[in-house]
Design a binder for this molecule. Structure first.
Ligand code: F6P
Length: 366
């Protein structure tokens, strides 16, 4: 479709939220109105807003004022509404069906010419499928996990790292007072970016990430050595997806009706208990959890979100559908949605950041 035939665009946020979503919405609404004179509507609760009635509403300048610094998303989000496999209960059993025809009807009914989909790999995979059905979609990558390969960095990540660092700084002081081993579990799913960066920024002694399987004996050895040289407290930052050599990740729960059925969590508690019984040193674990997803975005994330929101509108203006805006430092670029979701970005064990940490004595448990 040529850009001249766009009169109205829709915006939705899908999957887990993260700081900076509102900044993207604000930027996209402002740029769409100021640069192109388009109408903008907001779709509530991710794709669910296009499957259920009454969930599409106008977004005017007034609706996006004062939201730049606000966490969450004014549109709401959902990771339970995949239109191609919409899950619901029949007689207590979960069944799924393809409801994409309803979604397509709703787009027509609301006269939405193009759609900005802000999401992670799951949401953007759905966006790509919609594109193949003829929907004018552009994507914006978001996740605190920073695990999308086709962008240098995702917004929300910087804020999550700052929040985790702030929390670990506090945990360190109480760990020091009580001569304890403090294990801090952070999010990140199958990637160790948050643990790596928050660990370095907070001066952690041991950082455990999914990409470098750990040996428990090695962790104990490092703690013992620290104690023998008068350092009676230790900080371990562990990614929720970290696992021992030859072992598995700790799964907290399997959630059948979610797009992301595996909920990780619990490795911090497992480690703290094992360390205490093996070394006889008091150990505690803290799970930072959704604290990392909430709150006001950092200045970095506000700026990145603004640039990506404007970039998404520009893609629509240029008629470049089926693409995702991305950061290719120093500029905002775009990649085909199809490629954008193909590959996860994991921490490569030989990157400079890991080497720098090792050089100052940080142990990765290997
Ligand atoms: O992908 C973002 C993320 O916060 C992960 O780091 C975490 O594993 C997961 O989402 C938690 O999801 P939920 O909000 O569904 O518990």
């Amino acid at each position: 479709m040529a850009s001249t035939s766009v009169h109205k665009i829709g915006i939705l946020t899908g999957g887990g939220d993260c700081p900076g979503l509102n900044a993207v919405i604000r930027a996209a609404v402002k740029a769409a109105i100021l640069q192109y004179g388009w109408k903008v509507v907001g779709i509530e609760d991710g794709f669910e807003g296009l499957l259920l009635p009454g969930k599409v509403r106008p977004l005017l300048f007034d609706h996006v004022k004062d939201i730049l610094d606000r966490g969450g998303t004014i549109l709401g989000s959902s990771n339970r509404a995949n239109p191609f496999e919409y899950k619901f209960k029949v007689d207590g059993k979960i069944v799924s069906e393809d409801r994409s025809p309803i979604l397509l009807d709703n787009l027509k009914h609301n006269e939405i010419d193009a759609l900005i989909v802000i999401g992670g790999d799951g949401t953007l995979s759905i966006a790509y499928k919609l594109y193949t059905l003829g929907v004018n979609v552009v994507g914006v990558p978001k996740t605190i996990d920073n695990d999308l390969a086709s962008t240098d960095i995702t917004f929300g990540f910087d804020t999550a790292v700052n929040t985790a660092t702030w929390a670990i700084d506090k945990i360190r002081t109480t760990g020091e007072s009580h001569h304890r081993v403090m294990v801090v579990e952070v999010m990140g799913r199958y990637a160790g970016w948050i643990a790596l960066q928050a660990g370095i920024a907070s001066g952690a002694d041991i950082i455990l990430i999914p990409e470098i399987p750990f040996r428990f004996e090695r962790i104990c050895h490092v703690i013992r050595e620290r104690v023998s040289t008068g350092r009676h407290h230790s900080i371990i930052v562990v990614a929720e997806g970290a696992k021992p050599e030859g072992g598995d990740m700790v799964v907290k729960k399997i959630v059948d009706d979610s797009a992301d059925p595996i909920r990780l969590g619990g490795i911090g508690e497992v480690l703290a208990n094992k360390i205490q019984s093996e070394l006889g040193i008091e150990s505690r674990s803290t799970v930072l959890g959704h604290v990392q997803r909430g709150g006001s975005p950092s200045a970095f994330d506000r700026i990145l979100s603004t640039r990506l929101g404007v970039g998404a509108v520009r893609l629509i203006g240029e008629g470049k559908f089926g693409r995702m805006v991305c950061l290719r430092t120093p500029r905002i670029d775009s990649v085909p949605l199809e490629d954008a979701v193909k590959q996860l970005k994991k921490v490569s064990p030989d990157i400079d950041m890991v080497q720098a940490a090792r050089a100052i004595g940080v142990c990765f448990g290997d």
